[in-house]
Design a protein around this ligand. Sequence first.
Ligand code: CO8
Length: 258
Amino acid sequence: MNYETLSASKEGPLGVITINRPDAMNALSNKLVHELVSALTAFESDEDVRCLVIAGSERAFSAGADIKEMADMSAVEMSMSGHFFPLWDKVGKYPKPIVGALSGFVLGGGLELAMSLDVLVASETTQLGQPEINIGVIPGGGGTQRLTRAVGKYKAMEMILTGRRIGAEEAKGLGLVSRVVPKEAYLEEAKKVASEIASKSPVSVRLAKMAVNKAFEMGLSDGLDFERELFYLLFASEDAKEGMRAFLEKRKPDFKGK
Ligand code: CO8
């Protein structure tokens, strides 16, 4: 597929999406989010794609929603099906694992996009923030909820109420990114992590992602029950039998996603 605002390509078992609006700091325009969801949907139905990577450029993963586009919009226009808002939840509910390759500005909707992904690799130049307060709005793509769950109430309040950005190392200390690497290496490192995930059973990866995400929605007791049901369910998969047999036979497993 050809897209205007991003590129999407396959690299072995990886689906790689690169956001590409250099003139606007990769701001998330309506078109961009539609194309992003369309690329995600295409990779979802491609059985060869076992893990995705979403990257921007070295200068900006994304500086958030497109302010030029939003400035004159009405609430009604935003909530209608032609706009990306009704589509947005698909990103956070995506079934396959996604590694975010972060560098430069990761702001507003850009940080909300990152926080909808599963593993975040950041270049040491990364700056993360929710600056919406500076333009008279608030995070609208999940920031008040996901940032609070990721870093706790007080840091989230500070970031959201002041709009202040934090650097990659501070973000790592807060558990907001998984790892920080030099700027030359962030994309390769993200692909390395994605390849490692892609080598596992797609069935157990999918259920593991589902179970971890449920931790944000359920109480502990219900969450533990949910996890146990998924654990039992995996014993119906060929991959679980293969994985355990391969361990006992001292060889690498050959996971088929069945
Ligand atoms: N939207 C549109 N254009 C942008 C955006 C943006 N978010 N960010 C940067 N640009 C444009 C600039 O207007 C400028 O364009 P031009 O050359 O035509 O004037 C170009 O990118 C380069 O930007 P700067 O000249 O400002 O570059 P600097 O290096 O001086 O500054 C910053 C970089 C710090 C990133 C600065 O551009 C900035 O503060 N940008 C705005 C960040 C922001 O406020 N983001 C939040 C937006 S609101 C939001 O995200 C709500 C989320 C709602 C949910 C969305 C779910 C998807």
